[in-house]
Design a protein around this ligand. Structure first.
Ligand code: ADP
Ligand code: ZN
Ligand code: ZN
Length: 736
């Protein structure tokens, strides 16, 4: 009898779209196990994706594995998902799988897991409150305020408040302020009683409709403005799902929305179930623990950001995607997947319903829910008003900056409105669009502006530090005293940066408590948490910020939103810019007047008659989407066509162009159903010293496009020109 051995087909984290054969005498090897194998001079971690008796490789060249892990890291359902992603996004299978499993696993580390706790305040602490703490105990205050807010927090949430949370918790414990309990997954926990509202008519109708499809694949769009009670509907649906024994539910949310408040809302409503989160603020170990709980079927609810769409869940029975339109669901590097699309595929292959909630659906989803010519693909459900009786939609107005004499970027109307809020002790938010509005240094006599020599971007003035910085590559230099071009000393910053706005507002309102939030001032999540708590506790009068403020949080005392400078997005070369702007402005408007105070929104613009604003004023996403769809249809753009972007960059432009031109010729030769455009430079022509260009493929048939890619991508991989050019293929790109 010959010695028994297996051939393992191993997928590795290498940019080659193939699997590798290795031999083993481990007859118990299974698909989904990790292996360590020799690869060239190195050892590499890979996964078993197939087992065979024979190999096409000569026996003497066949290497054997070094080690096999017992844990099976994906099941059949996940494997199907990986295969789909690898094929659809044209990304090697090994890299697809290895980018979708927790990184801790790859090191095949087997450290024992520490005990986990949940923390809450004691009645004593609640009675004494933060004011009992001394001024200097800022971390303690932060933690106490967050615990008041969320009732119960886990270690990951506490860590996101401060890296020194452990010490702070010891102090609080010493004061008798803290109670902790071990996380026991099957235990019922006794949290404060959550009030459970009865569903309103719209909510009930949505709930009933979705419930009818609870045992099969059906995508649903749950369309409703912020505060219309979407989350409440999700919660009811999850409750219903979990009635089935062992059932599991996956809830996908944008990173910024995964707040301690949301987590605690879910925890308090699902006390009998185990809930885990998966997001980037977890340590690798926590991520691994949570992921294993999901994979083992022990976690009933998984709330996570985009990557969690790949979490193996053996009894998955419902998927929910909150803020379906959010751009953070699209991964912009490596495996360029869109978590929403992957989730839909997953729901389909597991034959379960998927609910996508949003106030401003992506046009793709909107189209699928309403406008598909042949069949309606998604169910459409609408929540028409805010769930809480007293909270009304804000009043939105445009201020024509061409007609109003702005002072340092502010129209007198806006200033007056802010003054009014100050007297009424209400809060204002001044919102600016982050992109392109940072201040640059300008020479008054020759119009010279500071430019980055590595990127095609202008250097941003950081007045306080007296430095010029490139926000794309991080290049940083001293602010010149003289114009490098003409020697003139009359250099001044122009453009509205958050810093300048802050200074201007301080001049207008010396008595106001103003806080600026941007990348510089709020680098850490703890600072951001502070800010939210300070807003809640009325320690801030005016908040200045960028899109990071536009969602996720309730500020009950905020009644005015001023929007500066959005006009660039109205006429951007990126066809999605107006869609994004609309949803952003809807979101930021939603910040105003979420309790009993009626909110007002002022938008300063040179184009007050733009249809986007007309739709915004009446909170009419539907009309806006309708108009936008007409434009897209004429231009044959998404969702009427499918797009693929090939992006290339190299030190020399000629290399990129050669590569792209060759790619264009090849693509044209492969299909006549796909339009292949000429290579063009993107808006950002040069980045970090690399010259960039890209070309677009467009087709009305997804099948034809995919068929072309099946031949084209391997061709690109083989192409010698590709050695000098870094390139990526982006299927269904969302940014150009
Ligand atoms: P969304 O997810 O659409 O922003 P939420 O579900 O968070 O909306 O609801 C907004 C607020 O209204 C929450 O405070 C929630 O508790 C409350 N709410 C939701 N549904 C109802 C209802 N049927 N009756 C009373 N309050 C409700
Ligand atoms: Zn000059
Ligand atoms: Zn740069």
């Amino acid at each position: 009898m010959t010695e028994a051995f297996h051939i393992l087909k191993v997928a590795l984290d290498v940019p080659l779209d193939r699997v590798f054969d290795y031999s083993t005498d481990r007859m118990d090897a299974k698909i989904g196990q990790y292996v360590v194998v020799p690869f060239g001079p190195r050892k590499m971690v890979g996964v078993v994706v197939g087992i065979a008796n024979q190999s096409t490789i000569e026996a003497k060249k066949l290497k054997s594995i070094i080690r096999l892990d017992d844990e099976i890291i994906f099941d059949e359902a996940s494997f199907k998902l990986f295969q789909f992603c690898s094929q659809y996004y044209h990304y090697p299978l090994g890299q697809t799988i290895l980018s979708a499993v927790p990184s801790r696993l790859k090191q095949t580390d087997k450290k024992a897991m520490a005990k986990k706790y949940l923390y809450r305040l004691t009645p004593k602490a609640i009675q004494l409150g933060v004011d009992h703490l001394s001024l200097r105990q800022t971390i303690l205050k932060r933690i106490v305020m967050a615990l008041i807010d969320a009732t119960l927090l886990d270690e990951a949430s506490l860590r996101s408040i401060s890296p020194t949370w452990k010490k702070a918790m010891e102090t609080l414990d010493g004061m008798g302020w803290i109670e902790k309990e071990e996380v026991k997954l099957e235990d019922a926990r006794d949290l404060t009683k959550a009030t459970i509202p009865s569903l309103n008519e719209d909510q009930q109708a949505a709930f009933d409709a979705i419930l009818k499809t609870k045992d099969r694949f059906h995508p649903w769009l749950l369309f409703g403005i912020t505060g219309s009670g979407k989350t409440e509907v999700y919660i009811r649906l999850i409750e219903e799902s979990l009635k089935k024994e062992n059932a599991q539910v996956l809830v996908l949310v944008p990173e910024i929305n995964l707040t301690p408040q949301l987590e605690s809302r879910f925890r308090s409503r699902f006390q009998k179930f185990s809930l885990v989160t998966l997001h980037s603020h977890l340590t690798d170990n926590e991520r691994l623990t949570h992921w294993r709980l999901a994979k083992g079927g022990k976690a009933h609810i998984v709330i996570g950001t985009r990557l969690s769409v790949f979490t193996p869940m053996p009894h998955l029975s419902l998927i929910i995607i909150d803020e379906e339109h959010d751009a953070s669901f699209k991964q912009q590097e490596g495996l360029r997947y869109h978590a929403r699309d992957v989730a839909i595929f997953r729901a389909k292959s597991e034959n379960i319903p998927i609910v996508m909630g949003t106030a401003t659906p992506s046009l793709e989803t909107w189209f699928n829910a309403l406008h598909t010519k042949d069949v309606k693909k998604f169910g459409f459900l609408k929540l028409t008003s805010r769930a809480v009786e007293a909270s009304k939609l804000p009043n939105i107005q445009c201020i024509d900056i061409a007609k109003s004499n702005t002072i340092k970027g502010f129209s007198p109307y806006l200033i007056e409105a802010m003054r009014d809020r100050l007297t009424k002790q209400e809060q204002s938010l001044i919102f600016i669009n982050r992109r392109g509005f940072a201040p640059v240094l300008l020479c008054a006599s020759c119009q010279w502006t500071g430019r980055c020599h590595r990127c095609s971007s202008r250097l941003v003035v950081h007045l306080n530090q007296k430095r010029l910085r490139c926000h794309h590559c991080g290049h940083d230099e001293k602010m010149p005293l003289q114009c490098p071009s003409c020697g003139n000393t009359d250099l001044y910053p122009t453009g509205l940066g958050t810093q300048r706005i802050e200074e201007t507002l301080k001049e207008f309102f010396p008595e106001a408590r103003i806080l600026r939030v941007d990348r510089d001032s709020t680098r850490t999540k703890e600072a951001l948490n502070d800010l939210f708590l300070n807003m809640k506790n009325r320690k801030i009068d005016i908040l200045i910020g960028t899109q990071m403020l536009s969602k996720g949080h309730d500020f009950p005392q905020l009644s005015l939103v001023g929007v500066l400078d959005t006009d660039q997005a109205l006429y951007s070369p990126d066809f999605r810019a107006s869609e994004r702007l609309f949803s952003q402005l809807m979101q930021v408007s939603g910040r105003a007047g979420r309790s009993h105070i009626k909110g007002e929104v002022y938008i300063q613009t040179a184009f007050p008659n733009h249809p986007l604003f007309a739709a915004l004023k009446t909170h009419d996403y539907e009309h806006f989407a309708h108009e936008l769809l007409k434009e897209r249809e004429l231009a044959e753009l998404t969702p009427f066509a499918f797009l693929v972007l090939l992006k290339g960059e190299a030190h020399q432009l000629t290399h990129v162009m050669q590569f792209l031109n060759d790619a264009m010729e090849k693509a044209r030769s492969l299909s006549n159903q796909v339009t292949v455009y000429h290579p063009v430079r993107p808006i950002m022509e040069r980045l970090k010293g690399m010259e960039r260009a890209q070309l677009v493929l467009q087709a009305t048939s997804r099948g034809a496009l995919q068929k072309l890619l099946d031949d084209w991508v391997p061709y690109l991989r083989e192409n010698k020109l590709g050695q000098k050019v870094k390139w990526v293929v982006d299927v269904d790109p969302i940014e150009f």
